[in-house]
Ligand binder design. Sequence first.
Ligand SMILES: Cc1ncc(COP(=O)(O)O)c(C=O)c1O
Length: 494
Amino acid sequence: MLEASRVFSDYVRSSRDTKAPVIPRIDELDLTIPEKDGIGTAGIWDDIQTICGAATNTWSERFLYKLYASPTPIGVVGEALIGLLNNNAHVFQASPIGALIEDRVGRQLAELARFPVGTAAGLTFPGGSYSNMHALMVARNRRFPELKRSGFTGAMARGEWRRPMIFTSAHAHYSIEKAAVAAGIGLDNVVSVPTDADGRMDSHALRMLVEKALADGGAPFFVNATAGTTVLGAFDPIDEIAAVCADHGLWLHVDASWGGPLALFSSDDRFGGYRVDRADSFTVNPHKLMGVPLQCSFLLMRDGLAPMREALGLGASYLFHGGSPNVLDDVGDATMGCGRRPDAIKLWLAWRYYGTEYFRRRLANARRLALDFADMVSTRPPTALGHWRLAAAPQSTCVCFWFVPSQLGAHPTPQPSWGDATRLLCTRLNYLGHVLVDYATVDLPAGSLPTFFRLPLNSPHVTKETLASVLCAIEQTAKALLDEDPRCFDADKS
Ligand SMILES: Cc1ncc(COP(=O)(O)O)c(C=O)c1O
């Protein structure tokens, strides 16, 4: 244990070093598994150090890659505690403390979402995709109760078949489509609702599409609104979407996997509109903006766990015995799984340790930094190497931009060649390993944006200096690429 604590602290110290690579080289690793005797304590710490040295370094402030970053130290303690206890959160007796904490944290988050106090509840799932999938399955079985027993074929055989349809914005995360695949809805029955110029769902288009689906004999039943889209960080207009759902009796799910903490904790009105009791279910991933170690995702249900139990429960008697004095019995039966990690412990510990105010400050800082960074990009002076352009105003904490090499001219509108340059620069930067950044593209009503850099700002370790150094690194990489091949960015390069 002492050795673990020493190795882990050394790892954090060295990973935070400004010279530490974000992606180490992993050329020569010995990953063989011993056929007979294991290496024991004599060798295992070397192995652990090898893994640390070869791991992607999320502790660096130059890890600006996906929608998570380094965990908080108390989060790491929580993760270790879960491993130590090895409690299973499927039935109450297997983890009474895990069940009580999960219930407490779920209700607290639900309260922040302004769901009805005393009724609403939440469960953890291994990631936002699974939370979204469970929301869809519960909505589906509530709308088509016979499904649980007879599947879609039952309704078909009775000649009562109507095409089940779900609606989500063109910018929603793919997990909604995956959920439709898993739930037997099928991709053809996922209606992609166009967005406005900021990437927010067009609620007027939603209304028209729902009404058309009904007129065509379909059975719309579920709308997903995203709070913090994966690329632009857009917040779909929840009030207008809720009105469409209310008018047509549709289940309203909010995928707030990414932007949920802003919606729940931030005092900024831009996000606070998401505290609504009109949604039926709400996904939030504390493992993204809140620094809880992967995985920690909550699905909050306005009407509590009963609809989940009804939709998905089977009551296998060899596992689920019931009988404990509270409603937290057998929560595993309300999910599509069996064994469950008590992931809520990690969030509870962090919340107890830091208090609510810490999360408010952390989120406000991330938002302020995103605005400052956008400003930095749009006002950065052009050089002989090229100029900078914002791809979109930051709507939450992601900043999207281009570096346009001078060879590509000074077009007023984005060009496809800007996308090629972004991919080339990003690939080289990440290969060098000193920073890890990402790129993306989106379709907007005016057309697709060429691939742009997308930097999510969610680590409290990132500063304006870090971000300025990333911009310098992009310019230096452009220079290095041009030194190797002066035509590397040319639009007509075959
Ligand atoms: C909006 C949104 N929803 C869902 C997910 C999926 O979450 P997870 O990776 O935890 O499955 C993501 C992941 O980035 C996301 O951005």
